[in-house]
Design a binder for this molecule. Structure first.
Ligand code: SF4
Length: 372
């Protein structure tokens, strides 16, 4: 199947995505350790206990523990740091040295004494880690793990927008390619987007590529004129306010926490709007609340449940079929992490000139504090 520049060969064991090519076995992701409870229009991810493999399947639990032990031993032997984004499969989060959002992971990758970084996330994240750590070997377990939002802006389209708005400072979300970052003045993440836009000197800002995040930032920083690019994350953009309203009707006392990549009608219903790591902190601000409706990719609930086992977390459903599930984030699994360490694949590299430009934009971003 060909989708734009991406080619998928499912079944042959080979997947090619633009310039990224990987052998991914059967191409299947097993989500067998979790149970989805669907009823009354409600979807829950029931983790059935503190560990993702605690689903009563003793053989699977043993296999998963054994695989995790092998991965940890390999990481020690190779002096490798395993980083995992909050949207990774729970068992991948468990095996990682550190789990967090894009900003936290970018900071963690920097200044570590490890020789290599295995980045359990998507391609632009591994690319950013490489840019910030040029001397380290940075590995992505599955090269097919891309990002629709990052792909929504190309260097050519950014150059076109820059030509149309020459007096704008270009603020680019970290969910973008190295080439796009290199053409930008400064990067941001959802954890510091407001502070970054506030920090730039010019009155006019071109915010790329996420339109929902851009609109939300523009509302927080009324003193700036923000021109917003028209990209989005399909995982978040598909969620509608009416779905969140349905969840709120079922859980009238619940606190709604939403990611700023969600649409305006969703954000209008939110009590808290923040990055994924910000969401983990936000729960602590509501000590009396028992239930939280979470409007972001479902794996974040695993971190929330670990941190707050006595609270209930309900996923704010999207349409039937989407379920706030990022297919790219779920392309890494334990066998691929193990192979990544064993064979030191797939190494992510960035052209020197592009890396220098992208590093400048990323380092400017890192100098700006989190929004809160
Ligand atoms: S959740 Fe959205 S922005 Fe994040 S990796 Fe998936 S497609 Fe990209």
């Amino acid at each position: 199947m060909k989708v734009g520049s991406r080619r998928w060969e499912v079944g042959s064991g080979e997947t090619e995505v633009g310039s990224r090519k990987s052998e991914v076995g059967s191409g299947e992701t097993e989500v067998g350790s979790r149970r989805w409870v669907v009823g009354n229009g409600e979807t829950k991810v029931d983790f059935l206990g503190p560990a993702p493999w605690s689903d009563g399947d003793a053989t699977r639990a043993e296999e998963t523990h054994a695989l995790s032990d092998e991965i940890r031993a390999l990481a020690r032997k190779k002096n490798a740091l395993i980083l995992a984004h909050n949207y990774q499969l729970p068992e991948v989060q468990e095996v990682a040295d550190f789990v967090g959002d894009s900003l936290a992971l970018a900071q963690k990758a920097q200044g570590t004494g490890s020789d290599m970084v295995v980045f359990c996330g998507v391609h632009f994240m591994a690319e950013s880690a490489k840019i910030l750590n040029p001397a380290k070997k940075v590995l992505l377990p599955n090269l097919a793990a891309g990002c629709s939002l990052a792909d929504s802006i190309t260097p050519e389209s950014l150059l076109d927008w820059k030509a149309r708005y020459p007096d704008c400072t270009v603020v680019t979300y970290i969910n973008s390619s190295a080439e796009v970052k290199a053409l930008s003045d400064i990067c941001c993440t959802s954890a510091n987007a407001v502070s970054v836009v506030r920090s730039v000197r010019s009155k006019r800002v071109l915010f790329t590529p996420d339109r929902n995040l851009g609109r939300w930032v523009a509302r927080q920083v009324p003193e700036k004129e923000v021109v917003i690019y028209d990209g989005c994350c399909p995982t978040h953009d598909v969620l509608r306010g009416v779905s969140v309203k349905g969840q709120r009707n079922r859980h009238p006392e619940a606190v709604v926490i939403a990611h700023p990549e969600c649409r305006e009608d969703v954000l209008a219903m939110a009590d808290e709007i923040c990055s994924t790591s910000g969401m983990v902190e936000a729960v602590a601000r509501h000590p009396d609340a028992k239930t939280f409706i979470i409007a972001t990719e479902w794996s974040l609930v695993y971190q929330l449940k670990k941190r707050y086992p006595d609270r209930e977390f309900v996923i704010a459903d999207g349409c039937i079929g989407c379920r706030l599930h990022c297919p790219y984030m779920k392309m890494n699994d334990l066998p691929l992490v193990k192979r990544s360490l064993e064979e030191e694949v797939f190494e992510v590299t960035v052209d020197g000139e592009v890396a220098a430009g992208a590093r400048r934009a990323l380092e400017r971003m890192m100098a700006v504090p989190r929004d809160r």
